[in-house]
Design a protein around this ligand. Sequence first.
Ligand SMILES: O=C(O)CCC(=O)C(=O)O
Ligand SMILES: [Fe+2]
Length: 309
Amino acid sequence: MNYNALQFPFKAEQGPCYKSLPQAILKGVPSAENAKNALKQVLDGDLCTLDLRDQSLRAALEGGPGHVVLSAPANWTDDQLRWAYASVLLQMGELNDRYGLMFDVVDRGLDHTSSNAPVSKTKAATGMHTDSSDAKYNPNLVALLCLQPGSQGGASLLANAMELLERLRTVAPHLESVARTAWPRDVVTPGLASSRAAIKANAIPIFSDDACGPIFRYMRYWTERGLTKIGRVIPSKLTALFNFIDADMEQHALRFQLKRGDMLIANNRIVVHGREAFEDLPNAAPRHLVRAWVDGFLKPVETRLSKRA
Ligand SMILES: O=C(O)CCC(=O)C(=O)O
Ligand SMILES: [Fe+2]
């Protein structure tokens, strides 16, 4: 896939790419009483009879803006929203189980700076990132369902890495080779041992390409922490690259608030996301998002081409 900036009209002033929820979901939603059971059936892989094939959704994720926000009715119950979310995502691929098929993003009072806790269990700003700190695993799509936006802060941020690459090539072309070098990243995935050798082996380039096209993988905090843990000084050229990327995203990122029922789905290979810090105020409902990772969304170019031939 040949991405270039013209294929990626990702203009901050236009806001996020909202699309309506497929009609089949709106029509087929189970009753509030049946929703828990219906959700279990969908997650257990029982055949979903709804026809959700929506090429515009797929097209928005593969090219174009690289993300969509689907808005489900806020008066649906949590289980109805989870059912709709799972039903849509399972049309795109398989759900990954590393953190559970649906991972609750809520503040658990943890601190990611003094432990291996993921930022998704804290109320801190996440910084702009793509998901997964594991060199061997990169989800195709990252999805976040908003059950409760919370009372203070927590805005969502999205940036397009392909546009960023164009600007890097114009403004600081000498840094592209730094971005294409594999840098060690701290190992924080549950179940993976975090030794110096494991961190060294967990090296990931920021920009790379595979048979499906370009890939951007960015986690500044865990890269700097990984390098520090293995006793390496952070090279000044890497700091210069990080500073460029952060400043570029600060200038160009979309910033918006998810509402109850919103499902943000982003192509994790080309779109970077983040959230601002939040505070759960006393006597107010705590912020609650549900994260899912979708595998198998993209087929290698050769497969697609041979199908077309
Ligand atoms: O809380 C959010 O809005 C985003 C959380 C996130 O990026 C994650 O869990 O990977
Ligand atoms: Fe994330």
